[in-house]
Design a protein around this ligand. Structure first.
Ligand code: KG4
Ligand code: ZN
Length: 348
């Protein structure tokens, strides 16, 4: 069943302010179920963390404090909204960096009290999961979902909204984390995914073939740590690697990740007989991965490129869905830096 609009449900229209601060992007958006996404602003802290080669949690929290309110003001202006127009506030309650989450949660709860509207805490990965449903022709339930971000690799069977079964996940590094670590080895900037994707374009495709981890045994689990070590050893085996060597390695690594994901997705499609797959999370922006998945016997859906990496739009939309399904919470500020998706409340 496609997502029903408020009009079809005969419910009053709803406008939701979304706040994402779980890591190193401040994302603010305003979603209206009659008029769509009215504002979607993302401020990336990448320049602040670049010199450290990864996210520094304390610097992230401090910068969210600086950016959250000005971006909310800007989003309100761009969408032509007054506080009276906002019916609810959605914020990322976890998983993520505790200080960064606290900034978004405190801002959301304070505004909710001042504006006398509900605030709803959203699971960051449910935000990613629902982002492809913002498309003009959203996929219908049930579907298989692969969430591939910097912190998670999760393969899910999604029966209907809020009813998700975990088929498999990574037993060590997340896919995005592996991209970031391999990028570091290759002397590329953070975040590693886009940097590897760009360098891999120059790579010779036939030179190396890296292993596809855990594809030779049954099940849906992933592991990217060994592939990372394999990549490191290959690099170490070359005396004074030049740009071409690094590009060849970048291609082989990226291809191994993409092919591993293709094999596991094919297995999930065959195992569940659900021929509809959605991919979401930062790594789903990768064009080589998208190309690899065209051979699957399934309808494959992705978020718009701007909605693959962290953003407020997916949080506003997931919060909207939760509210429509009756989710309520009090004004206490509670965040969950660790929050398994299996502990997500299922609506009735
Ligand atoms: O979903 P996301 O923005 O944040 C988390 O929830 O973690 O994902 C960020 C991750 C980073 O590891 C980044 O390197 C990776 O997504 N990423 C990519 C690409 N763009 C971002 N990985 C591969 N190819 C890309 N084009
Ligand atoms: Zn994310």
């Amino acid at each position: 069943m496609p997502i029903r609009t408020a009009l079809q449900c005969k419910l009053p229209a709803m406008r939701v302010l979304g706040i994402e601060t779980s890591c190193d992007e401040t994302g603010i958006a305003i979603y209206d179920d009659s008029d769509g996404m009215l504002a979607n602003l993302v401020y990336s802290q990448v320049d602040i963390h670049a010199e450290f080669g990864g996210v520094v949690p304390e610097l992230a929290s401090r910068d969210h404090i600086r950016k959250t309110l000005p971006l909310i003001q800007q989003a309100m202006q761009e969408s032509g909204s007054n506080p009276d127009d906002i019916d609810a506030i959605a914020y990322t309650a976890g998983p993520g960096l505790v200080g960064a989450l606290m900034v978004g949660a405190c801002t959301a709860k304070s505004l909710a009290m001042a504006w006398e509207v509900p605030a709803v805490g959203v699971h960051h990965m449910e935000g990613h999961l629902l982002a492809p449903l913002l498309a003009d022709e959203p996929p219908e339930y049930p579907f298989i979902a692969l969430l591939v971000s910097g912190g998670h690799t999760l393969l899910l069977q999604c029966h209907t909204f809020g009813h998700y079964e975990v088929l498999g996940e990574s037993v060590d590094d997340a896919a995005g984390e592996a991209f970031d670590k391999v990028a570091k080895m290759l002397g590329l900037a953070y975040p590693g995914g886009p940097a590897i994707e760009n360098l891999a374009v120059e790579g010779h495709q036939e030179r190396f073939r890296f292993p596809r981890p855990m594809t030779d045994r049954p099940g849906y689990q992933f592991s990217f740590s060994g592939l990372k070590t394999y990549t490191m050893n290959t690099l170490a085996s070359i005396e004074e690697p030049d740009r071409q060597d690094r590009a060849d390695i970048a291609f082989a690594f990226q291809d191994a990740v993409a092919d591993t994901i293709r094999i596991k997705c094919r297995r999930a499609i065959e195992g569940t007989r659900i021929h509809r797959l959605i991919l979401a999370g930062g790594v789903s922006a990768n064009k080589h991965l998208r190309q690899r998945l065209t051979t699957l016997n399934a309808d494959v859906h992705y978020p718009a490129l701007s909605l693959c990496t962290d953003n407020g739009a997916m949080i506003a939309f997931a919060g909207y869905q939760r509210l429509r399904h009756g989710h309520t919470e009090d004004h206490a500020v509670v965040v969950r830096p660790r929050w398994p998706m299996t502990e997500l409340a299922s609506p009735p």
